[in-house]
Design a protein around this ligand. Structure first.
Ligand SMILES: *Cc1c(COP(=O)(O)O)cnc(C)c1O
Length: 386
């Protein structure tokens, strides 16, 4: 296979950025105006995002983390919150920062999202909310989670960091629960360098969030809530606006690359894929595979090392799961026996390189290496047995 890209160096992820020239006039305008944070461009980004998702309010934040912290605080959550352990740690950090107790719940082995039956089993007297996550962009079981939230009088919120552009049964992400929180960090499809967005159809909550991102100061320094500085700078909003313009095209490109990946890897024994439920759309912020060690001939972590030697970066994401991380030691004992699927997924998961400007040749190159590693390893096993 002839390859022109700088092979032996395939990153797992790489932000797809606009050329500098396309930003210069907007950047000069901001610098000349002297209004460099939370002003015109942030407002424009909020309008465009609200229109894109068909929601009432999009509120820009400094990050998804600060957005989640403020949503939880502005909703006045108390006690316990149901959350997956198979997620990015920041999802859970935001609860602990709000003095809420995370109750870790197991995931589905196919979608890697919160399992509704497990959620119901863990709802108790002290539960005040469910925090669902779009794992790698895959919409969770929103209908079942909403029913549970209604039945038990709980708030439902989402960490949709990976899910801008996701669709649940033909409705855009951003429309579900009390609020959904997105990330515009560099590893996401739309990026403002750093940043986040809260989407909500609840105008009252939106108003509190706007206050909350500005210390809770209504303008007279008599703060009405304990807020943060979670404002988005104007310079970042300019980049967010530009990258938002290519979101749909980039999702389309990723879907083509994912189809190619699936057709090339699908025949290799011991490899399977994350399931996106019929009728839903994932923007594939990450492309993940499950490696069945017996059939593939190697564990996920050994495949990661073997690919690394060949210059291909992958990630065993999200492992260790949050309940096994050092900072969560105090929660471990209580939950360790109820997360078997989370453990099972973590022993098999591997995220392969995927980014919007990745070429089909790069995908072929990665698949070729995975296949070779599989067969070479099978040979070693056979020879070893003789
Ligand atoms: C990236 C990510 C976050 C954190 O987003 P920031 O904007 O960096 O705060 C939170 N949750 C998930 C699932 C993520 O992937």
């Amino acid at each position: 296979m002839k390859i022109n890209f700088r092979e032996r160096c395939v990153p797992i992820n790489s932000p797809t950025l606009p050329p500098a020239e396309s930003l210069i006039s907007d950047l000069s305008e901001v610098l000349n105006s002297g209004l460099i944070t939370n002003s015109r461009y942030v407002c424009e980004l909020e309008k465009k995002l609200a229109k894109y998702m068909n929601i009432r309010n999009a509120i820009c934040m400094s990050s998804c983390t600060s957005g989640l912290m403020l949503v939880e605080r502005c909703l006045g959550l108390k006690g316990e919150v149901i959350v997956p352990s198979f997620t990015f740690p920041a999802t859970v950090h935001t609860l602990v920062w709000n003095n809420l107790k995370p109750v870790f719940v197991d995931c589905d082995p196919k979608t890697f999202n919160l399992h509704p039956l497990e959620v119901e089993l863990n709802i108790g007297e002290k539960t005040s909310a469910i925090l669902g996550v779009y794992i790698f962009g895959n919409p969770p079981e929103i209908e079942s989670l909403s029913k549970l939230a209604n039945k038990h009088g709980l708030k439902l919120i989402f960490d949709t960091a990976h899910g801008l552009g996701a669709m649940y049964k033909a409705t855009s992400s951003g429309n579900f629960g009390e609020a959904e929180v997105f990330s515009l960090a560099p590893t996401k499809l739309v990026t403002s360098g750093e940043g986040g967005v809260v989407a909500t159809n609840n105008d009252e909550l939106a108003e509190r969030l706007r206050l909350g991102r500005n210390y809770g100061n209504p303008g007279n320094y008599n703060c009405s809530l304990i807020g943060l500085n979670a404002r988005m700078p104007e310079l970042n909003a300019i980049l967010g606006l530009k990258t938002l313009e290519s979101l749909e095209a980039n999702i389309f490109k990723r879907h083509r690359l994912v189809s190619l990946y699936k057709s090339l890897l699908g025949e290799i024994p011991g490899i399977s894929f994350q399931e996106v439920r019929e009728g839903n759309r994932s923007p594939y912020n990450y492309f993940s595979v499950l490696i069945e060690p017996d059939r593939f001939g190697m564990t996920n972590t050994n495949l990661k090392l073997a690919l690394e030697k060949r210059g291909i970066a992958t990630r065993v994401y999200f492992s260790p799961p949050v309940h096994r991380q050092d900072a969560y030691r105090e929660y471990y004992e209580e939950c360790k026996d109820r997360l078997p699927v989370t453990e099972w997924v973590c022993e098999r998961i591997l995220c392969l390189p995927l980014f919007s400007h990745m070429s089909e040749d790069m995908v072929r190159y990665v698949c070729d290496k995975v296949e070779k590693i599989h067969w070479e390893n099978k040979k070693v096993i056979k020879v070893g047995r003789v």
